[in-house]
Design a protein around this ligand. Structure first.
Ligand code: SF4
Length: 330
């Protein structure tokens, strides 16, 4: 049985205009020790999905349907108290987007790690101090940095402190939400290498949320591509990167600038993601899809290609196995 099984999850924000369907009927599994990358444009529901897994969706949002099984327990049905006692930090923890915003500016780095250990892990102050030093060292920081306030640390050091906090109680799953955003490329590479090393050493499962396909290619075993609240393609990284089957996945990859080879015009995806209060009927990507057909006005069936590889697109039904290629003028 998979460590985490998400089934038909729906998380909506209930606004005066109507429900915003930020996560709409999403299903996936995560096995122990594996890395799942979740990619898509801003506003496609990636962060809402992450908050749902921790029961931390900000109001007016809430889980409107579906299940999240962690070792067989449905955490979508748990109370706030149960989530705090049994799940957060201990079983699932999170590296939040933007280290500066997730650290408290009036406490030292060491005090913030110790708080996780004493409050959520019920450790004595003395044990928490020892463990805090071990954690700092495991993320490549000197223990003397424990006395510094967040504003006295560099971006990379803050991100390492946040990673140490996420690992403090040895959770089974760590959700990393855009862990390298706002860091320069050298520090990005250091943080990615650190995550890779810790994930392998500790055998933890990671859900890596990013809009950067390069980061996913570096770390993920499997990839879920999200568009407008839905997973449109899912599969092993090499399958998705080698031969994407969904036009959105294909165009996302084409939009990554190439450093080698002849100069080519940059490809971009025209238009904007839809309003999730009233998304288009049928395929939500249809207004931006160069391959859209009449049948796309109906909801696309999800088709299994091979193993875990699946895609929700009519093109796969009409011409199975087709290699996508952008029409010359597009
Ligand atoms: Fe494009 Fe149709 Fe596939 Fe949607 S279902 S991605 S509109 S081809």
């Amino acid at each position: 049985m998979a460590l985490l099984e998400v089934e038909n999850l729906k998380t909506y924000y209930f606004t005066l205009r109507g429900p915003v369907r930020a996560v709409d009927d999403v299903s996936f599994e995560l096995e122990k020790g594996k890395v799942l990358g979740i990619a898509g444009e801003s506003g496609c529901g990636k962060s809402t999905l992450a908050w749902s897994l921790l029961g931390m969706v900000p109001p007016p949002g809430k889980i409107a349907g579906g299940s999240i099984y962690l070792d067989g327990m449905d955490i979508a049905k748990m109370s706030e108290e149960e989530l705090r006692r049994k799940v957060r930090w201990k079983r699932i923890s999170m590296i939040f987007q933007g280290a500066m915003n997730s650290l408290n500016p009036v406490y030292t780095a060491g005090a913030q790690i110790e708080e996780v250990l004493t409050y959520h892990g019920n450790m004595s102050k003395l044990d928490a101090r020892k463990r805090m030093y071990e954690l700092l060292e495991s993320v490549g920081l000197d223990r003397s940095l424990s006395k510094r306030y967040p504003h006295e640390l560099s971006g990379g050091q803050k991100q390492r402190v946040v990673i140490a906090m996420a690992l403090a109680l040895e959770p089974d799953i760590v959700i990393a939400d855009e862990p390298t955003t706002a860091l320069d490329v050298v520090v990005q590479a250091q943080i990615l290498n650190l995550l890779k090393r810790l994930q392998r050493e500790k055998g933890i499962s990671v859900i890596l949320i990013t809009h950067d396909l390069g980061v996913i290619a570096e770390l993920a075993d499997e990839v879920a591509i999200m568009y407008a609240g839905k997973i449109v393609e899912y599969g092993a990284s090499e399958k998705i990167f080698y031969k994407p089957r969904h036009p959105y996945t294909y165009l996302l990859m084409k939009a990554v600038p190439k450093l080698k080879g002849p100069k080519e015009s940059l490809i971009y995806i025209p238009g904007q993601p839809p309003d999730l209060v009233s998304p288009p009927k049928g395929c939500r990507f249809a207004p931006r899809c160069p391959w859209a057909m009449e049948v796309c006005s109906k909801d696309p069936e999800e088709l299994t290609i091979e193993g875990p590889h699946r895609v929700a697109c009519w093109l796969e039904k009409v011409s199975p196995g087709r290699t996508l290629e952008l029409p010359k003028k597009a």
